[in-house]
Design a protein around this ligand. Sequence first.
Ligand SMILES: NC(=O)c1ccc[n+]([C@@H]2O[C@H](COP(=O)([O-])OP(=O)(O)OC[C@H]3O[C@@H](n4cnc5c(N)ncnc54)[C@H](O)[C@@H]3O)[C@@H](O)[C@H]2O)c1
Length: 415
Amino acid sequence: MKKIKAVIIGAGDRGFTYADYALKYPLELEIVGVAEPKKDQREKFSKAHKIPKKNQFKDYKEIFKKKRFADLAIITTVDQMHVEPTLLAFKNKYNVLLEKPMASTPKECALLHKEAKKARVFFEICYVLRYSPLFKTIKEIIKSGKIGEIQSIHHIENVHVRHYAHSYVRGNWGNEKESAPMLLAKSCHDIDLFLWLLDDTKAQYVSSFGSLSYYKRKNAPKDSTERCLDGCPKEQDCPFSTKKIYFNEDDKEFTNYLPIAKKNEENVIKLLENSQYGKCVFKCDNDVVDHQVVNLEMTNGATVSFSMCGFASQRTRIMRIAGTKGEIVGDLRKNRIKILYHLDNTCEKIIPGVLPGEHGGGDTGLIRDILFKLRDNQKSSDSFLNSHLICFAAEESRKNKKVIDYKEYRKRYYR
Ligand SMILES: NC(=O)c1ccc[n+]([C@@H]2O[C@H](COP(=O)([O-])OP(=O)(O)OC[C@H]3O[C@@H](n4cnc5c(N)ncnc54)[C@H](O)[C@@H]3O)[C@@H](O)[C@H]2O)c1
């Protein structure tokens, strides 16, 4: 088996996650270089992967000045920093695996799509859901013809309230200008799922509604303080209090996501006193939607309805796919699928395989399958431009309260 050599651009949360595959499966993947400005993180990462000093860089520009020394560049910088490193990687003939969203504007997405083709390199987006056992199994069921022709898809993305407060109010993805619209930042891989499950059928029309209705200053309880740790009198009744989210002995998930190397009490308190992570959830600079629906009519007549809800009590994705012969229902958190047959009202229950890691095992599945594709000299998939452009079209629909003719919309950016 040919081992793939990769460099990581941006050794943050996602960079560490994907690179971990190399530690578990060293015969398949080796991380041979890193670009990361934060010294602690760069050193921790380099130590774990035994990266020599000469291949440790502070900035992506430095790594791409050197002659190509790996097969693949895994680009996991923050949303606004995807375009330039990707173009430099193409220029140096690296194959690229880029975190979603590929870029923050439709123009830049189209540019990356065109440049990847020109450079003739393998280029994929980290659409982890496609690689989860649940959605892979659903795709196989559709292919088998068991539910006939797909007529409609309903898909719900349940974002747990605390996850929403951490990432989309206080965190990196709360403000559209600093990151991207919620639909693009969070849900472009859900939109991708529909296109992929429908075998790249194109969208014909797109519409969307949604807003930021709750996490706003006008909804702050009377007398609440600017920061939760300022002795807020409303703390006991507030599910979003940073005391509950970051000092919870039974659940360290969001404490572990805080942008500090050592998560001890002293450092966490310092961060909460000095950054937006410590602010009252109703008094931040967030502006992205807290609930949104998107409807698609596809060129073959199938319809899709998608709902992102930032008020969920359980984090999961639930999909119902209705076909002419039956219906599939899948729940990502439970990792369970049911097929209900129209002919005799019977139900078949399926438990997909299990892969470790987030996104129902999609994080692990993505790296495993991408390495396989590279070893096998397969072409990269092509639908990621459409999934991004549909998100931008949906945003235009939501903001202007109009239905978008997607074919016309796409022509504006890509011919
Ligand atoms: N596929 C998914 O399901 C999924 C899930 C979460 C996040 N994401 C996306 O992954 C990306 C990274 O998210 P994250 O949570 O890992 O962010 P992060 O902030 O933890 O990591 C980004 C890293 O890039 C580094 N960086 C900054 N400037 C750099 C430079 N000039 N050169 C090299 N590195 C530089 C930062 O120091 C940081 O360590 C984002 O685009 C995010 O939207 C995708």
